[in-house]
Design a protein around this ligand. Structure first.
Ligand code: HEM
Length: 499
């Protein structure tokens, strides 16, 4: 017999809008899940959303014969820039996704990504060299403060300190003028590997214009998805800025594509694949518009997700870098395998603890904390308990689902890399670990992200002592399309290892 899906009390016309904090919807959804259980529904201005957070229900709605990805919320707004490219393709009748997917899958495979190792190292070395050069002198750390509701920024020197601070807050509105952010590494790496374009984040004061536009665009896309249309219509200045950011990014991507078409280079990168390959199924080539849109998609889908992986968002997990036990275990293995030499692709297999730390990080704090799906037909889930109508939006809360005690045990909410070691990861139930999504619409950049983060993380731990800049820092989470710790600063001091 079916039961009613729980719902918080509603207010006429606006439903459950007041249950959601505008700046932190994800955290509001998680609080509601803790109160209402494995499934609940809310009404946002007439739109019904169903949230599932237990392993059993998430696994059930991961059945591609019954459910398909739904593009909604901030991701729907991202279509304003990238249309029906890989991440944001919404309807079955949008054919560009299929062409791009089939054509690009091999180019994102492990063998192809292995061939990008030296380009990734090039960017990672830029970060390390810059950190080393700054760490020998005093550095001026600056903070960007939001000075008005229109989101204009003021640069204010706040301290002169010895050593270097890596700013891990990758949020678009709070960043470092020194560009030491790992967001810079992620963005530069994707731009360089995918289209041989150097954003040169580490060779300039302030962020590249493109990176600023992308950050602002993503933030505003998230806000637009929660705004009533009538309010949106009145925000002409904000809309003009949004359109200008879109134009800036589109113009650059189109220029890169047309320049390459006219002046080919002897390098087989992702742009080359898109320009010169054909869809094996239809024989069709990608259009120039679709190529530009997919290049922009790689930058969007890859940079905040990958950069968020370096540091988990939960307070306890800061210990990976700053708690003696985790740091020492990680470092001991890296020292034993690498000594002072640069990491090679073949070393990854000899660094199981590093891999376990990354897997456990993405289990507890998947940087993309939710994904939307919907049923292809009217159906029930939970053994006939909950009725779901065709097309209703279901949000899988990956972060909570990946802490279900039925899979992970009574310490499911604790950070324990050991649970990913010694073959335990390989025998997990299907879909229990899903930070990269699932099925046909799973992350195409998984091998890319994994290799990049392994390389950068191992190189940083090999060379630096890391600690919280402010030991009294209390966790605050910043939400855009992804989640990350807000305004968190990590101090990096070179180790005396001769590396
Ligand atoms: C899709 C996570 C890195 C490109 C996804 C999805 C997730 C995800 C959860 C599915 C989204 C959904 O169902 O709506 C991550 C995480 C990453 C990462 C956690 C890093 C730790 C990357 C990188 C790239 C990339 C580096 C590109 C270079 C994409 C694309 C899609 C996607 C194009 C859409 C695939 C499709 O719909 O066909 N990613 N991602 N991702 N990701 Fe990633």
């Amino acid at each position: 017999m079916s039961v009613r899906i729980p719902q918080p009390p509603t207010i006429p016309f606006i439903g459950n809008v007041t249950s959601i904090e505008p700046g932190s919807p994800q955290q509001s959804f998680e609080l509601l899940a803790k109160k209402y259980g494995e499934i609940y529904q809310i009404d946002l201005l007439g739109n019904k959303l169903i949230f599932v957070s237990s392993y059993a229900l998430a696994n059930e709605v991961s059945d591609e014969t019954r459910f398909q990805k739904r593009v909604a919320g901030g991701l729907w707004e991202v279509r304003n820039l990238v249309g029906d490219a890989l991440l944001s393709k919404a309807q079955p009748e949008e054919p560009n996704w299929g062409i791009a997917h089939r054509l690009l899958m091999p180019a994102f495979g492990t063998i192809a990504v292995k061939g990008m190792m030296e380009e990734m190292r090039d960017i990672s070395n830029q970060l390390i060299l810059k950190v080393l050069s700054f760490s020998q002198s005093h550095i001026l750390i600056r903070r960007i403060d939001i000075i008005s509701q229109w989101e204009r920024f003021a640069f204010q020197p706040v301290a002169l300190r010895p050593g270097l601070i890596l700013l891990l807050d990758s949020a678009p509105t709070l960043s470092s003028t020194l560009q030491m952010t790992l967001r810079g590494v992620a963005l530069d790496t994707i731009a360089y590997c995918s289209m041989s374009y150097r954003l040169n984040s580490f060779y300039r004061e302030g962020q590249p214009e493109f990176a600023v536009a992308m950050g602002d665009f993503l933030l505003e896309s998230g806000k637009r998805s929660a705004r009533p249309r009538v309010v949106q219509a009145m925000m002409r200045g904000t809309t003009a800025k949004y359109q200008a950011d879109i134009k800036l990014m589109r113009d650059l991507a189109e220029k890169i594509v047309s320049t390459r078409r006219e002046n080919p280079i002897p390098k087989h990168d992702l742009l080359d694949t898109m320009l010169n390959s054909r869809d094996p199924k239809t024989g069709q080539a990608m259009t120039e518009e679709s190529i530009s849109q997919n290049l922009l998609t790689f930058l969007i889908a890859g940079h905040e997700t990958s950069s968020g992986m370096y540091l988990p968002s939960r307070q306890e997990e800061f210990s990976v870098f700053t708690n003696a036990q985790y740091r020492n275990d990680l470092r001991a293995q890296i020292d034993e395998v690498l000594g002072t030499r640069p990491i090679q692709y073949e070393d990854f297999a000899s660094l199981p603890y590093l891999i376990a730390v990354m897997r456990e990080t993405l289990r507890l704090t998947p940087t993309a904390p939710g994904r939307a799906t919907s049923s292809l037909e009217d159906t029930t889930i939970g053994g006939g308990k909950y009725k779901i109508k065709k097309g209703e939006m279901i949000v899988v809360m990956s972060g909570l689902m990946q802490q279900d005690p039925s899979v992970w045990g009574s310490d499911a909410d604790q950070f324990r890399p050991e649970r990913m070691l010694d073959g335990k990861f390989e025998v997990l139930p299907p879909n229990a670990w899903q930070p990269f999504g699932f099925g046909a619409r799973a992350c195409i950049g998984r091998a890319f992200a994994w290799q990049e983060v392994c390389l950068v993380m191992a190189s940083i731990i090999q060379r630096f002592d890391l600690s919280l800049d402010d030991p009294s820092y209390t966790l605050r989470i910043k939400e855009t399309l992804t989640i990350k710790p807000a305004d968190l600063r990590i101090r990096a001091s070179p180790r005396n290892t001769g590396v």
